[in-house]
Design a protein around this ligand. Structure first.
Ligand SMILES: Cc1cc2nc3c(=O)[nH]c(=O)nc-3n(C[C@H](O)[C@H](O)[C@H](O)COP(=O)(O)O)c2cc1C
Ligand SMILES: [Fe+2]
Ligand SMILES: [Fe+2]
Length: 403
């Protein structure tokens, strides 16, 4: 992949990762992900964020460097905004090729360089607001933005071009191909990236929304011309678009989110589905948009994205061995871990002889501070009266969500 110029001294070099591997060992990335690194040229040369050795990423970045007439051995400073291995996994190999480059990170980041990579020399901890003079009128400045999403995270600012290198913040899933800038993608491609940004945010960043808000506030005085994250699109035309998007996503953590309902359902033989169809008729009668996800068929990554952005949830599952349908227990555990708080929720489900989902469910959602509507359970398949109640409850959920 060739390097893309942000200015005549600032370049994006990226590797596209296409793999069946799960991101962070948990989230599917069928459309891949990009690992972006950035090169800033003064008299000295800085590389911002590294890569891991994943589907040939080092070779892809090396090719881009070659296109600029450079190699890894020409780098004077390696800036590590974040030490998660997707941005640092290749550090020892980099070091072997270039023993003289100084590695810069926050103090907490430097500790992680030592513990993950057993590198002790040529390290420099930078403080909040500190600058690095690259010569030739080029300078970098570092701002700590802790907990997006690790404790050591910082962003790097290049004032000449007004570029903010944000690592995971403002990132997205999805490969880039030959284009990296926001103004190079079609509306349909932007729709794709918007969905993948929400999923990335809900999967990776949502638990740290408070810190996203703090970081955006802290950096608001900068005259940002370009947002350069280490995954996904580089925003040189409309950086505000991605900032606003992240601010909106961060606000969902406190509620209220979008006036939509995410339906999450599982069923063994279809009895729960019969009741679910009635609730959906009620929701449709009120005209409230909904997404629908069957588990475990659908990966939790996608369910999480829609649940995160929706005000309302509809949870439908049968009783299984005196407790919840197991995939729902896993889903609710993920909701708890990812702080899917403050939702308006309806639970429904079928049981055979005594039930049991209710008890386990109520304990599971206790920490989530959900506004629960009265749940509906029935034996076997629902009666005509139960169908009527389910339809009404669907309308009630929809009305509450759209109020
Ligand atoms: C493996 C299995 C375990 C079950 N465990 C219970 C149970 O502990 N208590 C109960 O009342 N019903 C139990 N049932 C019955 C189901 O809850 C009941 O058939 C329900 O209608 C299934 O809904 P579904 O068709 O949406 O899966 C169980 C059914 C299966 C297949
Ligand atoms: Fe990360
Ligand atoms: Fe990352």
């Amino acid at each position: 992949m060739k390097a893309s110029a942000i200015s005549h001294r600032v370049f994006c070099l990226h590797a596209d990762i296409k793999t069946d591997d799960l991101f962070e060992g948990i989230w599917p990335i069928p459309e891949g992900v990009s690992l972006n690194t950035y090169l800033v040229k003064g008299e000295k040369i800085a590389l911002i964020d590294l890569i891991r050795d994943w589907t040939g990423a080092p070779g892809q970045v090396e090719d881009a460097l070659k296109g600029l007439g450079l190699g890894f051995s020409d780098i004077d400073y390696l800036i590590l905004n974040h030490l998660e291995p997707d941005h640092s996994g290749w550090l020892r190999e980099f070091r072997a090729q270039n023993p003289r480059a100084e590695i810069l990170a926050t103090a907490k980041g430097i500790n992680l360089v030592k513990s993950f990579y057993k590198i002790e020399d040529g390290l420099r901890a930078v403080k909040d607001g500190e600058t690095l003079d690259l010569g030739g009128g080029m300078e970098l400045q570092f701002f700590e933005t802790p907990n997006i999403h690790w404790p050591e995270t910082m962003v790097t600012w290049e004032p000449k071009s007004g570029t903010l290198f944000t690592c995971d913040a403002f990132g997205s899933f999805g490969t880039l191909g030959e284009r990296v800038f926001d103004d190079e993608f079609s509306p349909a491609e932007h729709d794709f990236f918007e969905k993948e940004t929400l999923r990335y945010y809900a999967n990776i960043v949502s638990s740290f929304s408070l810190f996203v808000e703090k970081a955006v506030q802290k950096l608001s005085a900068l005259d940002i011309q370009c947002i350069a994250p280490s995954h996904g699109i580089v925003w040189r035309k409309n950086p505000k678009t991605i900032i606003d998007r992240y601010v909106r996503y961060a606000s969902y953590a406190k509620g209220p989110a979008e006036k939509e309902i995410a339906i999450v359902w599982g069923s063994m033989y279809g009895s729960t589905k019969q009741g679910l169809d009635a609730v959906i008729r009620g929701i449709e009668a009120e005209g409230v948009p909904y997404s629908i996800h069957r588990i475990p068929d659908e990966n939790v990554s996608y369910v999480l994205a829609d649940a995160y952005k929706s005000r309302g949830l509809l949870i439908a599952m049968p009783t299984y061995e005196y407790a919840m349908f197991p995939p729902m227990a896993y889903m609710l555990d993920i909701f708890r871990r990812k702080h899917i708080n403050g939702k308006t929720v309806l639970r429904i489900g079928s049981w055979g002889w005594v039930g049991g989902a209710k008890k386990e469910y109520e304990a599971a959602i206790e920490p989530l501070k959900w506004n629960s509507l009265e749940s509906v359970e029935w034996a076997g398949s629902p009666t005509a009266e139960e169908i009527k109640v389910l339809e009404d409850r669907g309308r009630e959920l929809a009305r509450t969500v759209s109020a």
